[in-house]
Ligand binder design. Structure first.
Ligand code: PLP
Length: 416
């Protein structure tokens, strides 16, 4: 476990280097670098006078809006099944604390699951992801991994799935979700479906594990990625219908009442507005999704041209290239591990990424995560221009970034 989330730490390091005038290509942080639509900032401004404590699980308006939001996406939901928190990260932590037993994670997986699991004093059991997608343990390995974990004294009771996935930028297939949910059910596991990137699936609606295990799946989501308001801290979760879901929600609300008391009252108003799906918000998210897909595809092409293996991007704004095919060229430069590769990219080529190791991947694998969402411009006017553009990769700030990446990768690989 790192003491400071690796992803937040790399952001601070890269920002400091940029502020000191270094030419650094920031591919290290999963912040959706886009501006906020006018109707949303207006809602926030109008709500500034809401200064009292709000209900712990969320205002009736926000919970009602979230229930409708899930319903319009095919998951019928009552407001009583919804809880808000300052970011879905807080809810994931509360879930890992509230649910009994140890935690099964895809390997690699988003950095905070394992760190949070350790913080609540539980074991994390990593199961490798399949070749095509991430966010899900390889269905062929899950059953054996659960048996092996039990034989070693662990008590796996919760499975975390990320659809679409960070770090791989892929979307698990529905058959994979069905298979892992069947295994989870056989072994009596609960599923946490982290769907924070669901609105940003490049290829249509992302499948949900909830369909395969409705009575034991908790969905977490939030506005940080689709609306690019990570700094506003708006997350929410949906528990299943029935006794299990009801008592879990009561436990989550109990934790919330002792730790964060509820999300900021003005943010409840923002959530109620955004989750009602007004047309300008839907259009904004459509444009954002198309932009993420376009830029991630352009960055993917650079890694492919450099000779790395890389799953094609399908959701969110991430890539997870594998430089194994270039191992001998890299070893000649003293690079044999993901941390060494990331360090060389930063120190020698001014490219900031996060090594696969921090996502739980094998340290000696030559993999790292690339976030493409901070390429859209430094200022709000540039970001609006990027969002409005039909050909964003031709904009000077994105073109320059792609050129930086291309030349850096060519230098790294010796133009191989
Ligand atoms: N889950 C995943 C997979 C993420 O990538 C992130 C943010 O990077 C989060 C959850 C947490 O988001 P937030 O706490 O802003 O809702």
């Amino acid at each position: 476990m790192t003491l400071h989330s690796a992803t937040l730490a790399v952001n601070e390091t890269l920002r400091a280097r940029q502020a000191a005038g270094e030419r650094v290509l920031h591919l290290g942080f999963g912040e959706a670098g886009l501006p906020v639509p006018e109707s949303v900032t207006r809602t926030l401004a109008r709500s500034a006078r809401l200064n009292g404590y709000a209900p712990v699980a969320g205002s009736p308006e926000a919970r009602e809006a979230a229930a409708g939001w899930f319903g319009r996406r095919g998951t019928q939901t009552r407001p009583e099944q919804v809880i808000f928190a300052p970011g879905s990260k807080a809810l994931l932590f509360a879930l890992l604390a509230a649910l009994p037993g140890d935690v099964v994670l895809p390997r690699p997986a988003w950095v905070s699951y394992a760190a949070q699991t350790a913080l609540v004093g539980k074991r994390a059991i990593g199961v490798p992801i399949p070749a095509a997608t991430g966010g899900v343990p390889d269905p062929d390995l899950l059953d054996g991994a659960l048996r092996a974990a039990r034989a070693e004294g662990a008590d796996p009771r919760t499975l975390v799935l990320t659809v679409p996935d960070n770090p791989t930028g892929t979307v698990a297939r529905d058959e994979q979700l069905r298979a892992v949910c069947e295994t989870a059910e056989r072994h009596g596991l609960a599923v946490i479906a982290d769907e924070i990137y669901a609105e940003l699936c490049h290829t249509g609606r992302a499948p949900s594990p909830h369909r395969h295990l409705p009575e034991r799946t908790v969905i977490t989501s939030g506005l940080s990625k689709s609306m690019a308001v990570g700094g506003w801290r708006i997350g929410f979760a949906r528990v299943p219908e029935g006794d299990w879901g009801r008592s879990l929600l009561a436990e989550l609300t109990g934790i919330a009442s002792e730790v964060w008391s509820g999300i900021a009252a003005p943010m409840q108003a923002v959530a109620a507005h955004v989750l009602a799906d007004p047309p300008d918000v839907l259009e904004h998210v459509d444009r954002a999704r198309a932009l993420h897909a376009r830029v991630a595809a352009a960055v993917h092409a650079e890694f492919a041209a450099a000779g790395a293996r890389c799953r094609a991007p399908e959701g969110g704004f991430y890539l997870y290239p594998d430089f194994e095919p270039l191992r001998s060229a890299l070893e000649a430069q003293g690079i044999g591990k993901s941390a060494e590769l990331s360090r060389a990219l930063l120190e020698r080529h001014g490219i900031g990424v996060l090594p696969g190791e921090v996502f739980g991947d094998a340290p000696e694998a030559l993999r790292f995560r690339v976030a493409t969402s901070l390429l859209y411009g430094e200022r709000d006017d540039e970001r609006w221009q990027t969002l409005a553009s039909d050909d964003p990769v031709s904009l000077p700030w994105i073109r320059t970034a792609l050129e930086h990446l291309r030349s850096g990768l060519a230098e790294l690989t010796g133009g191989a």
